[in-house]
Design a protein around this ligand. Sequence first.
Ligand SMILES: *[C@@H]1O[C@H](CO)[C@@H](O)[C@H](O)[C@H]1NC(C)=O
Length: 495
Amino acid sequence: TLAKVYFQEPFDEFNTATRWVHSKARPDYGEWELSTGALVADPLVNQGLRSMTNDSHYALAAPLEQPFHTKGKTLVLQYSVRFDKVIDCSGAYIKLFPVDLDPEQMNNESPYHVMFGPDLCGSSHSVKVLLGHKGKNYDIKKPISPINDQLTHLYTLILYPDLSYKVLVDNKIKAEGTIAKDWSFIQPKMIEDKTAKKPKDWDDRAMIDDPEDQPPENYENQPEEIPDPNAVKPEDWDEEMDGEWEAPMIDNPDRMIWFPQSIPNPNYQGVWKAPMIDNPDYEEDPDVATYNIGYVGFELWQVTPGTIMDNIVITDSVKHARQVAEETWSKFRKAERKAKKALDVERGLVMNDRAYADDDNDGDDAENSNFKGGLSLANDDFTFVEESVQKVDIGSESQELDENSKAQEQAPAQAIPVEQDGQQPSKPTQDIPPQAPVVDSDDTTTVTKPLKAQDEKRETIATYEKPSGVPVQAKDGAEDLPEQELPTVPLHDEL
Ligand SMILES: *[C@@H]1O[C@H](CO)[C@@H](O)[C@H](O)[C@H]1NC(C)=O
């Protein structure tokens, strides 16, 4: 099936004659302009729709190319937002409206299916993800933080037909899971049996003390304290007055401390979980979280204007949305950071270089090559962008990539980790430099490492195909092989 793009708006122009409709529901709606704002990385690509008016409501909508009925389809809603000014209190979210919206009368009461994007007011900052259900809208239960700085950030919402979802900010997954779990309007089909109790004899100890491991002899009889052997009876000690002199007690320095070895518990049953049962409140609703979308728009209240909306995409294809992101946001994000730095210098607001670090962790950020973790510049403090968050990787393109890299991991050189007697050789590590190879046959070479100095035996750490061009000598001479001619031992972390 072909990907369908129901709406795409790069804001190269702001077409109010044929596309965008200003609502007339109030006489005083705020105005919009096409602008790059203060930060210009690329005057054309960076241009977006910028809100202009202080302390205003905004209401603007445009019809989709054709209504998008999401049943059985993936809904991808993506757009970018930049706060050109430091935001006091402003919404910057986007809404998807039903087909029967009258855009000229659109207002804050107009029913909508989806509301998605950042909302900042005072200290309350969140990414809203509201979904409609039977005339009401429900926000996601997981908190998602918007990135509050003056750079462009990409917001992507994906609702899959199996009622799972993903929320991405700057192509990083910020929330994912199922609609049933993370919104309150769908009852899950199965729930945990709350009445179930963990059986008394359930063994959830992963490790236990080794019953075979006995304390050393005399362990029980060791005194904890002994009289201080270095103590000397004071010269003026008077036995009649003071009683018999005794040395003060000190901790017994020879006392052995012993703990039994921990071993895996052979009777370990795992972590106990209550069994799942049918949820009595579950209702079969084939249309839950499916929408018939006719319009997209902004219906906002902004104290501080200057939010720049750009590159709206509404499609059933994650891959298409990613492509748009790559051609727009990904392209200028580095340049934008540079422009931000230049602008801050101009304004006398030079921040630590880290503030401008590219946070994609791809190591190509020359000024910050040692910097990992990614800080992005916030208004007056640093916002940490979690390093651990996965990069987006959905869509067939990246899956292919993943599969390729898997194949590469599995394919290569590591021919042979099994010894003749069927023992796994121990894992070679960087700490144990391989010693001279010993020739076993024409085709394989065994690398050994010496055990302890006094130990004649050598332990096999790995065998590998004989690399061509490496002179392998007879067994006797193996020890004399010059070091630089040693073939490298491949390190297999997954042996
Ligand atoms: C909008 O608000 C800002 C900040 O309070 C102020 O400097 C500016 O003059 C205001 N603009 C208008 C048109 O009132």
